[in-house]
Design a protein around this ligand. Sequence first.
Ligand code: ATP
Length: 316
Amino acid sequence: MRSYSLIAPAKINLYLEIIGDRPDGYHELAMILQSIDLADQIEVRSLSTDNIRVHCHHPQVPTDKSNLAYRAAELMATQFPDAFSNYGGVEITIKKQIPVAAGLAGGSTNAAAVLVGIDLLWHLGLTQSELEELGATLGSDVPFCIAGGTAIATGRGEQLAPLPNLAPIHLVLAKYRSLEVSTPWAYKTYRQQFGSTYIRDSDNLAARASAVHSGAIVKAILNQDAAEISQKLHNDLERVVLPAYPQVLQLRELFATQPGVLGTMMSGSGPTVFAIAQSLQLAEAIKLNVRQAIPDEDLELFVTRTTTHGIQIVPI
Ligand code: ATP
C-alpha cells in the first residue's frame, strides 16, 4: 500500500493532579486520560521524492516543521533511515475536526497517527510500546493517543497504565475559537501560586504515591459509574485558568446549572470545558441551551462521547 487513512481521536482529562517538580523541568503529574469520538482524519502517502509534506486547511495549523505531524515523520526518517531511503518521503494530509490549542491533544493525536501510518507504510512492524516510546520523544500526550481508551498517566504524562474500557459516556464540549491558553503559562503560574504544596523529591515513590488522590475516580471507573465519575472529576489547572479567563469560568458555571449535567470540568490546560450528560438526548438539549445563552459565533459546541480506541486505520 502506498497510502493509509487513519482516525485520530482527541482526549479529555477526567483527572489532572500536579504532584511536584521534576529535575527535567517538567511537572510530575497524575492524570486520567480519556479518548473521545471527536477526531481528525489523517492520510499518509508515500512520495517518490525524499520530502516530508504536510497539508491542512485549518488556518491555525502550521504546515512546516513546527507541525507535530511533520516532526513525527521526521523522527521516523531519522530512526529508520534505510526504510526512508527505500520507501521515499511522506505526504501527510490532516482533516481537522478537533479544535486547535484546546487542551484536547489535537497535535499529539496527529503525531500518533503519523507514527502508526508510517509504521504501516514502511512495513516496520513496531510494537505498541515501541511506538509509545517514539511518541514520548515528541510530546507527553503522544503515547496515550496511540492506543487511547481510558488510562492513568503518570510521570510527565507519558507513563501509561490502561484502565478497563468505559461504556460510552455522552459529552458536550465548549471552546471559544479565538481563545487560547498557553500550557507553559498555566503550569508556570500554578507553580508560582501553589508550588509550596509540591513534593520536592519526585524520586521518592512513597511520597509520590501518598500525594496522589485519584483513588476515588479510579474506583468509579472500575465500577462503570458515570454519575460517580462525574462527581470526582478534577483538574488542578482550573485554579489558575478559571480566575484568569472569565469566559472559561462562565462556561463552567453555565454547564453546572444545566439539567442533565452529571459533572463538568476544564480539559488539560484549557480552554475547552466539557460536561458529562445523562444521555445523548440531554447532551443535545444542553448544547442548545448553551447556544441560546451565549449566541456568540466564536463559541464552538460539540456533542460527542467517550470512545475505547486511539488511532484506527480506516478500511478502504
Ligand atoms: P495538548 O492538549 O496536548 O496540550 P492542545 O490541544 O492544547 O494540545 P494543539 O491543538 O495540539 O493543542 O495545538 C497547540 C499548538 O500547536 C497550536 O498553536 C498549533 O498551531 C500547533 N500545532 C502544531 N501541530 C499541530 C497539529 N498537527 N494540529 C494542531 N495544532 C498543531
